[in-house]
Design a protein around this ligand. Structure first.
Ligand SMILES: Cc1ncc(COP(=O)(O)O)c(C=O)c1O
Length: 382
C-alpha cells in the first residue's frame, strides 16, 4: 500500500484524509492528478502493465482505491480496494462473486431496501437466503452452514447496531465469510476489517463524497483470492466508475473528516432537540446516550454518523413537517453537506410506520438547523 502518511508515524484522521491516496510528490506535477479519460491505453506487443483497457483499470481509480484503503484499513498491507459505479454495484460484486448455487447467505432483514431485491435474485440462482434483524445480534441464530454473512451496521433506516466482532468470530468459526456495509458509518466512523470482517463495502454516494453529486461504491477486502473474484466480477459486469466521478470522490475525501465531525456533532444536537418533543417517538441515533445501540456503537464505532431517525404520529403530520422545513430538503439519500429528510414509507420498501422520518444532517450551522426542525414541528401541528 502506498500510504501517503506512512513516513510521519501515527497521524490523525484529518491528516490521513487530506493526504489519502496522493502520489509521491513529483516536480511540476499536480498534487492530485486530474481524471484520466481513456477507453484504451497504448499497448504495443504483449499485454503487460496495469493499464490496458478502461473497463479493467484506470489510474484515477488506482489513486482513489489507495485513498479508501488508507482510511478503511490504515497500515494493513494485506488489503485491497476496488471502486465501482455505485454502492449497489459494489454490494452485488461481493455477493455474486462469492456465492454459488447451493450456498446459504445471511442478510439483514432491516437493511437497505434494495437488498431484498438482491436476495430474490440470489434465490433465483439457487442460493439459500436467510434473514434476521440487525439488533440483538439476531443474525447469529441463522449462521449455521452459511457461506457468507452480510452485516449492515448501523442499519438503514432503523439505525440498529450489532456487535460486528462477535458476529464475525461466530461466522469465521463456521467457515463463513463476513461483509459489512459501512455506508452509514464511513471509514472514519468504523473500520470493519479491524473488527474482523473480510470485506467492508459501501456506497460512496453518501457521506464519503458528501455533496450529492456523485454515485460511487467500493469494496475493501482482504484475501487475494476473494478480491480477485470481486475484480473479475467488475470486469465481467462492467459496473465501473467514470474517471470524473472517481476523481471527484478523491477530491471530496480531503474534507471527509471536517464534514463528518461537523455533521455528526450537529446530528447529535438535532437528536437531543427531538428527544424533548412529545410528538416524536422511536427516536434513534447511536450517539444518544440512551439509544438502545449506544453501548455497542461506542465499543466499535469512532463516530456515530449523520443520520437521525424518528416517527411522527401520522403520515399527514410527517408530510406537513417535511413541507414546513426550510433548510432541509425533502429528498432521499444521506450524508451530504445539505440536510435532507424524507418519509421513508413513501418508497414502500422499509417496514417502518407511516410517520417515520429519516433525516440526514448536513453542514449547516447547528443552531440554524435545530431552530428549523423545531419550527417545522410546531408548524406541522397546526
Ligand atoms: C446502506 C446502503 N447501502 C448501499 C446503498 C446503495 O448505494 P448506491 O445508491 O450508491 O447504489 C445505499 C443507498 O442508499 C445504502 O443506504
Amino acid at each position: 500500500m502506498n500510504d501517503a502518511t506512512k513516513n510521519v508515524g501515527r497521524v490523525g484522521d484529518g491528516t490521513r484524509a487530506v493526504r489519502a491516496g496522493l502520489p509521491e510528490p513529483a516536480k511540476n506535477e499536480p498534487t492530485l492528478p486530474g481524471p484520466v479519460f481513456a477507453a484504451h491505453f497504448h499497448l504495443p506487443g504483449e499485454v503487460s502493465g496495469p493499464y490496458a483497457y478502461g473497463r479493467d483499470d484506470n489510474p484515477t481509480w488506482t489513486l482513489l482505491e489507495r485513498a479508501v484503503s488508507e482510511l478503511e484499513a490504515p497500515g494493513r498491507e494485506d488489503t485491497e480496494t476496488l471502486v465501482f459505479a455505485s454502492g449497489m454495484a459494489a454490494i452485488s460484486a461481493v455477493l455474486f462473486s462469492q456465492l454459488r448455487a447451493g450456498d446459504a447467505v445471511v442478510l439483514p432483514s432491516d437493511g437497505y431496501q434494495v437488498l431484498p431485491l438482491v436476495g430474490a435474485q440470489l434465490e433465483a440462482y439457487g442460493v439459500e437466503v436467510r434473514t434476521a434483524p440487525t439488533g440483538g445480534d439476531a443474525q447469529l441464530e441463522v449462521l449455521d452452514g452459511a457461506r457468507l454473512l452480510w452485516i449492515e451496521s448501523p442499519s438503514n433506516p432503523g439505525l440498529d447496531v450489532c456487535d460486528i466482532r462477535r458476529l464475525a468470530e461466530a461466522a469465521h468459526a463456521r467457515g463463513a465469510l463476513v461483509a459489512v456495509d459501512n455506508t452509514l458509518a464511513t471509514p472514519l466512523g468504523q473500520r470493519p476489517l479491524e473488527l474482523g470482517a473480510d470485506f467492508s463495502v459501501a456506497s460512496g454516494t453518501k457521506q464519503l463524497t458528501g455533496h450529492g453529486d456523485v454515485l460511487l461504491g467500493y469494496v475493501t477486502g482482504r484475501g487475494a483470492e476473494a478480491m480477485a473474484a470481486v475484480r473479475r466480477w467488475r470486469k465481467i459486469v462492467g459496473a465501473i466508475s467514470g474517471p470524473m466521478e472517481a476523481w471527484l470522490a478523491h477530491r471530496s475525501i480531503a474534507t471527509l473528516q471536517l464534514r463528518v465531525d461537523r455533521q455528526n456533532a450537529t446530528a447529535l444536537a438535532v437528536a437531543e432537540a427531538l428527544r424533548r418533543r412529545p410528538e416524536v417517538s422511536g427516536l434513534r441515533y447511536p450517539g444518544l446516550s440512551d439509544d438502545p445501540s449506544h453501548k455497542i456503537a461506542t465499543q466499535q464505532m469512532r463516530r456515530y454518523g449523520s443520520v437521525v431517525s424518528f416517527t411522527l404520529p401520522t403520515r399527514t403530520r410527517a408530510e406537513r413537517f417535511l413541507a414546513a422545513l426550510r433548510l432541509v430538503e425533502d429528498a432521499t439519500s444521506f450524508g451530504g453537506v445539505r440536510s435532507t429528510a424524507e418519509r421513508r414509507r413513501r418508497w414502500g420498501g422499509d417496514a417502518v410506520p407511516e410517520g417515520f422520518i429519516r433525516m440526514s444532517v448536513g453542514a449547516e450551522d447547528p443552531e440554524d438547523l435545530v431552530a428549523d426542525v423545531l419550527r417545522a414541528l410546531d408548524a406541522s401541528a397546526e
